[in-house]
Design a protein around this ligand. Structure first.
Ligand code: UTP
Length: 480
């Protein structure tokens, strides 16, 4: 039987009191029933057990810098290796295609983030992004999955991670758009956990008198969320062994790459990564490095200057692997890590942020002008050093696979992602032997878009295709 509101209040009161957070119920007597329900729901989402340790170790003081010891570049498969199209590469691609045909792979998009830098009103995956048809990010991924499953000859499952703040809006968007042509039951939504924002003294902030300031717990939360939601059990029941992980903000991502999947499976890896060659020594991407025999991703700010600028004898950059947050995870690895959910946690990362809060004395909401709060997040790449088997580190061409939408303007924005989608489409057409008119700056003269349903890779286009032969570039081009 469901607990009454009084029982829930009592449980929340005890949990808050034990954790020294009784102020979360400060405004209880002023709230109507609906607001009381909201407040209790927020408090019930908080995992209070680890809070004292987190507050001591991360909030009241800054965590000490993790010392990894000497760093070395990590062994990897380079773009040149892939382009050489060796027997190993061909065999891996065929193995990946077989895995897809056997239904042993699922796609997983992490879409629980708040997208604060972009400032779009709605889940980021709903952002219209394609340059001609204005398809939202979710649709581009759905169409890739549709196109891949047509080739595989069987439906492929897609797990979509949301967070409490965007779950309902995400599900509604998929429902309104008829799941973009996928069967509703092959799309599985699951929610990640949350972490409260803290004042520097360790008190959890209230966002409103009836709402706790909660944020999603980072993309590292994927692992526990997969376990807690039952998604892992669902995968096991369906014979899904490999999880093709990508972020919601990259319209160029290959959602289900046979080569990457095949390499990962053939080498028996636990977790693998794609990376790009860094654009410059100090590019703000995670650096993939080797330390103590394990692969780690470290923040650009944590790579010592002497290493950031180090060169190989041939003049190339020594630490050149920039993470693009595209992974394959073995289901068994995630199962192993999360077997005891109460004991598993990835490392927490502290970020000092501006968080609006309710002043407890006046009850007024304060919009701070400078960072006033500590947020804690975990990152998926911190699972890399927990792998027992060496990860596959696969270099990819940035122009083909990576152009994230992070910011409203400038670098990594909608404008740069659309530019990169157009450039890629133009290159694919040219590779197929079609002449694409370009302006003085070398850019295609009109926007060009190739639907994932039409082509997933350049080899899917040929100059003899009827729709390519008649192409004119006097208006935006859409290959549907
Ligand atoms: P980002 O680190 O870019 O964060 O997430 P964000 O929340 O999207 O954007 P900002 O930092 O607030 O501007 C990278 C990917 O990880 C997902 C995001 O949805 C995006 O796909 N993510 C991030 C989660 O799923 N959950 C999180 O808690 C954080």
């Amino acid at each position: 039987m469901a607990a009454t509101i009084n029982e829930r209040y009592e449980a929340a009161r005890v949990a808050c009191a034990r954790a020294g957070q009784e102020h979360l119920l400060r405004f209880w007597s002023e709230l109507d029933d609906a607001r009381r329900h909201d407040l209790l729901s927020d408090i019930e989402r908080i995992d209070f057990a680890p809070l004292p340790g987190l507050i001591d170790g991360f909030v009241r003081r800054r965590p000490p810098h993790a010392e990894l010891g000497p760093l070395a570049p990590a062994p990897h498969i380079s773009l040149a290796d892939v382009r050489a199209d060796t027997d190993e590469i061909r065999a891996a691609r065929a193995a990946g295609e077989a895995l897809l045909a056997q239904g042993r792979v699922a796609a997983l998009v992490v879409a629980g983030g708040q997208g604060t830098r972009l400032g779009y009103d709605g889940p980021k995956g709903c952002l219209p992004v394609s340059p001609v048809a204005r398809k939202p990010l979710f649709q581009l991924f759905a169409e890739q999955i549709l196109a891949t499953q047509r080739r595989a000859g069987r439906p492929l499952r897609w797990y979509v991670m949301t967070s409490p703040g965007n779950d309902a809006a995400t599900r509604a968007f998929f429902a309104e758009r008829a799941h973009f042509g996928l069967a509703p039951d092959q799309v599985v939504f699951f929610q990640q956990g949350v972490m409260p924002a803290f004042a520097p003294d360790g008190r959890i902030l209230l966002d409103q008198p009836h709402r706790v300031a909660l944020s999603p717990d980072g993309h590292g939360g994927t692992l526990l969320a997969l376990a807690a939601s039952g998604a892992l059990v669902d995968m096991a029941a369906r014979g899904i062994e490999y999880i093709s992980y990508f972020q919601v903000d990259n319209p160029l991502v290959l959602c289900l790459d046979p080569l990457f999947l095949g390499l990962h499976a053939q080498r028996g890896s636990d977790i693998s990564c794609k990376f790009v060659a860094k654009a410059d020594d100090h590019e703000r991407v995670g650096n993939i490095v080797l330390a103590g025999g394990k692969v780690h991703v470290i923040e650009y700010s944590d790579l010592p200057e002497s290493l950031a600028t180090a060169r190989n004898p041939d003049g190339s950059r020594r630490f050149d692997a920039g993470s693009v947050a595209i992974h394959v995870l073995s289901r068994r690895f995630v199962e192993r890590l999360t077997a005891d959910r109460s004991r598993f946690a990835l490392p927490w990362h502290r970020a000092d942020k501006k968080v609006a809060y309710v002043d407890l004395a006046s009850g007024r909401r304060v919009e701070p002008a400078s960072p006033n709060a500590v947020k804690l997040e975990s990152f998926i790449f911190d699972a890399l050093p927990l792998a027992e088997m060496p990860p596959v580190l696969l270099e990819v061409d940035r122009a083909e696979e990576f152009s994230p939408v992070k910011n409203a303007t400038g670098v990594d924005s909608l404008a740069t992602a659309q530019r990169d989608m157009i450039r890629r489409a133009a290159r694919w057409l040219e590779r197929a032997g079609i002449r694409v008119p370009r302006d003085a700056a070398g850019e295609p003269v009109v926007p060009i878009e190739i639907s994932p349903l039409r082509a997933l890779r350049p080899g899917d286009l040929s100059a003899s295709d009827a729709d390519l032969r008649g192409l004119r570039f006097d208006a935006p081009v859409l290959l549907a």
